[in-house]
Design a binder for this molecule. Structure first.
Ligand SMILES: NC(=O)c1ccc[n+]([C@@H]2O[C@H](COP(=O)([O-])OP(=O)(O)OC[C@H]3O[C@@H](n4cnc5c(N)ncnc54)[C@H](OP(=O)(O)O)[C@@H]3O)[C@@H](O)[C@H]2O)c1
Length: 244
């Protein structure tokens, strides 16, 4: 049994919840720490859940200080992301054309998809040890690729995930200087059957709409194959590189 821990941020997400479950059932990590705005209903001897709102940097800093006591973390996966939102106060949906773009929507996309994960990258060093290899995976999307953007549309989602990629590249430079043992992964899981993709699944061929079970198994199986010397990685579910 490993003595290192895993941390899943955004653990109530479709992908995050399944990841927590598979990590708890594996022998890969000693403890599994799950971060969510909402309390997790699942109980497991390995599972430690923490209610944290990742839109509040103070809460992120505080939980990282607390988690430092739990021992080293060898895996961190950030599942935070937003493509659409319908609530009593606001509505966000991916823009089809220029006229759909609003400052409010852009701000919302950047707050969730870019700023919140970056605040985790900022505070994670509190949990790391120079003697322990750590993989930090941030759920991104193929549409974040600037080079691959042939279809257009989805301005806010694309731009906020592309900005996250730049922050990942920049953070990797500094992490390499300060830790040497940290590799950051920008990960495209494919189109996964979760609440996030639900309204956009009609044009997805059946064999290209992945279950969360398959998605998490793919992620966990490819992580050990990644070479720290080539980090940061921007890869898809099939372990293929995506152009930045
Ligand atoms: N599903 C897909 O087809 C697909 C494809 C490509 C990329 N991705 C990426 O994979 C990741 C997980 O996707 P999913 O499909 O599992 O999504 P999901 O079920 O919609 O969950 C998204 C998670 O993001 C966090 N979040 C959302 N809004 C937030 C806010 N305002 N403040 C703080 N946290 C917020 C939530 O975490 P808590 O509620 O737990 O705090 C939520 O559980 C995302 O980054 C997404 O962009 C998904």
């Amino acid at each position: 049994m490993s003595e290192t821990n895993a941390l899943v941020i955004g653990s109530s997400s479709g992908i995050g919840a399944e990841l927590v479950s598979q990590l708890c059932d594996s022998n890969l990590y000693h403890q599994v720490h799950a971060i969510s705005r909402n309390e997790i209903a699942v109980a497991h001897p390995k599972l430690h859940s923490h209610e944290v709102d990742s839109s509040d940097e103070v809460q992120i800093a505080k939980i990282c200080e607390t988690l430092r006591e739990s021992g080293p973390f060898a895996l961190v996966v950030c599942c935070i992301g937003m493509l659409h939102l319908v609530s009593n106060v606001e509505q966000v949906s991916p823009e089809k054309r220029l006229e759909d773009v609003t400052a409010n929507q852009l701000e919302h996309y950047f707050k969730v998809n870019t700023v919140a994960p970056m605040m985790w990258l900022k505070h994670l060093p509190k949990l790391l040890l120079k003697s322990v290899d750590t993989q930090v995976v941030l759920l991104s999307a193929r549409v974040a690729s600037i080079e691959d953007n042939k279809l257009g549309g989805w301005y806010g989602y694309r731009a906020s995930k592309a900005a996250l990629n730049m922050l990942i590249k920049t953070s990797q430079v500094e992490y390499r200087r300060r830790f040497k043992t940290v590799q950051i992964v920008s990960y495209h899981p494919g189109t996964v059957d979760t609440g996030l993709s639900k309204p956009f699944q009609s044009n997805v061929p059946k064999d290209k709409l992945f279950s969360v079970d398959f998605t998490v198994r793919q992620l966990l199986s490819l992580l050990p194959t990644l070479d720290i010397n080539h980090a940061p990685h921007f890869i898809d579910w099939d372990n293929k590189s995506i152009p930045w």
